[in-house]
Design a protein. Structure first.
Length: 246
């Protein structure tokens, strides 16, 4: 059932009806969890976050067990992609909190998981395949967890923490780049671009590994979108104080 040598035509078409349905489900789940978390009491928020964290862990465990049962688990299927690593950041944040873990979830996990949902690399599997369902759901919850934590004020995005987040990402990318070259894996998509993603466009013009530079404008654009509203909001709060006459 989870054999990687699947016949042609059994998977999901990119932006086909099944894929679009999953994207709509992702938007609905994220919105409902944001509303529920924002309206809940402190105890209720804790319960919701813990429940989502457990579901994320179960989705990752499901993926690993599916690959193991198919006999394809190995160096190429380790939990070393950004989204898989984010599972452990979610666990840390749920148990211990922390500004840096929250910032990492907001600026890296949330857009990274959203990117994966739009450009999934698991579409070869049928829509009702357990691995496909679990992977879609896991990525949806990786978007929803930081989104709902931000909605209820438990994550407070600060642009001044972005250099530390970028340093964490760069350090992990360097390690993964070396690991990929030694093993032939493609974690963080540093050996070849994700199929159908904007990175393929950069690869056509910059080649390989030049396309890796494409991460920089993509990340810059994403961070601008994510942080500009917060920067404007803080400026508006300061404006009345600055306008007061001496």
């Amino acid at each position: 059932m989870f054999d990687l040598d699947l016949p042609a035509g059994v998977g999901i078409r990119w932006l086909g009806k099944e894929h679009i349905l999953w994207l709509l489900i992702a938007a609905a789940i994220t919105l409902l969890l944001c509303i529920a978390c924002a309206r809940a009491s402190e105890r209720g928020r804790r319960r919701i976050r813990c429940a989502v964290c457990v579901l994320i862990l179960l989705c990752e465990a499901n993926r690993q067990l599916c690959l193991l049962s198919a006999g394809v688990w190995g160096v190429y299927t380790l939990p070393l992609h950004l989204c898989s690593m984010s599972v452990f950041v979610v666990l840390w944040n749920c148990l211990r909190g922390g500004k840096l873990s929250g910032e990492l979830l907001y600026c890296l996990t949330m857009p990274g998981a959203a990117f994966a949902l739009v450009f999934p690399d698991w579409l070869d599997y049928p829509a009702l395949n357990l691995l496909s369902i679990g992977t879609f759901l896991g990525h949806i919850l990786l978007v929803a967890y930081p989104a709902m934590s931000t909605a209820c004020g438990l994550i407070r995005p600060e642009a001044r923490r972005l250099p530390r987040c970028f340093a964490c990402l760069f350090a992990a990318a360097v390690v993964m780049y070396v690991f990929n070259k030694l093993t032939g894996a493609n974690y963080f998509f540093l050996n070849s671009p994700a199929p159908g993603s904007p990175l393929e466009w950069f690869a056509r013009f910059l080649g390989n590994p030049g396309y890796i530079l494409g991460f920089l404008p993509i990340l810059s654009a994403v961070w601008l979108i994510l942080y500009l509203p917060w920067m404007r909001k803080r400026r508006k709060r300061k404006a009345p104080d600055e306008a007061e006459p001496l």
